[in-house]
Every structure is written in C-alpha cells, then in structure tokens.
Design a binder for this molecule. Structure first.
Ligand SMILES: Cc1cc2nc3c(=O)[nH]c(=O)nc-3n(C[C@H](O)[C@H](O)[C@H](O)COP(=O)(O)O)c2cc1C
Length: 162
C-alpha cells in the first residue's frame, strides 16, 4: 500500500448469508481477493462462518464500489445488506489484501446471529466490530515486532544512536 494516500478513501461493511458453504469456499474467496485486491489497492477483513459473512472493504472510492458490485452478484451468498458505506480518512487493515477471521473465534452467540443480530447492527456498531479486531491485532504485532527488533539489534550489535 502507498505510504501516503492521495485518493479519497471509502469503506463498505456488509453482511450476507452463505449459500452452499464448504471448507474450501473461504480459501477460494481469499485466493480471488489476493489476486484482485492489491492492484486496485483494496484492503479489508472477512468474517466468515457457514451461516454468515461480514466483510469490510476499504480503499479508493471507485475500486471499493467496483469490487463490492462484483461481490454482491456472487452466487456463493445472498441476502447482501450494506451496514455502513461512507468515505473515510484512514484504512484499518492497510497491510492485508483480505484478512480472514473465523466467526467461531469471536464471542458471538449462534442464536443471536441466526436471529439477525448482525444485520441489525448500527453503522457505528458495525465499524466497531472491525476496529476492535484491528486494534487487537496491532497490539499483537507491536509486541512481536518490538521483541524481534530488540533481538536483532543485540545480535548484530547495531547502534541506533544518531
Ligand atoms: C463473501 C465474499 C467476499 C468476497 N471478497 C472478495 C474480495 O475482497 N475481492 C475479490 O476480488 N473478490 C471477492 N470475492 C469474489 C468475487 O465475488 C468474485 O468471484 C471474484 O472477484 C471474481 O474474480 P475473477 O474475476 O478474478 O475471477 C468475494 C466473494 C464472496 C462470496
């Protein structure tokens, strides 16, 4: 991703219901995302389960709209509902072409999901689901990067003082 974003950014969050979900479906979707998203500078996160997709797409306005229009017509899901669509000044998953997140690892009750909890999220609640995931992840990376840099410096005897 470019260090400095020059174009207007937009994000779309939508939910949908998988049709004919199999183990390999997510791998296939991620493989298309890895092939297509980098060239149009789209990033994001896809929460998945056999019963639900919840995806955040972010990037230049045109690219996000084109990608979403393609996804919307995909026969592997239906009941596509936009929960949030707006311009934004920053990405929250800048280093991911499309980060996968298994719904099982989130503390959501299956009955709530089946009763439409996700479809009824307000735009800001929907955004917070993703923002919280991105924050948890930043903390994890931070710890590991800090430890890693420290170990490299002491191994190589690098003096970082100016
Ligand atoms: C839930 C879901 C999420 C998807 N996310 C993306 C995506 O982020 N990027 C993408 O290119 N295709 C995504 N797809 C796949 C597209 O609908 C479409 O199949 C694919 O982009 C076609 O790629 P191709 O024209 O290179 O064959 C997704 C499909 C589903 C069902």
């Amino acid at each position: 991703m470019p260090q400095q974003e020059t174009t207007q950014l937009k994000h779309i969050i939508y939910s949908s219901r998988p049709v004919g979900f199999e183990e390999k479906t997510v791998e296939q979707i991620l493989s298309s995302s890895r092939k297509n998203n980098p060239s149009v500078e789209v990033t994001g996160l896809l929460i998945y389960s056999a019963d639900l997709y919840l995806q955040l797409l972010e990037g230049p306005t045109n690219a996000v709209e084109k990608t979403f229009n393609k996804i919307k017509n995909d026969a592997r899901h239906d009941n596509v509902q936009i929960l949030k669509e707006s311009s934004t000044d920053r990405r929250i998953f800048a280093s991911w072409t499309m980060r996968p997140q298994d719904l099982k690892l989130m503390m959501w009750d299956e009955d709530d999901i089946n009763n439409g909890l996700v479809e009824n999220l307000s735009p800001s609640q929907a955004f917070n689901v993703f923002n919280n995931l991105s924050r948890e992840f930043d903390q994890f990376i931070y710890v590991h990067e800090a430890e890693w840099s420290e170990s490299q410096r002491s191994k190589e005897g690098i003096d970082r003082s100016p």
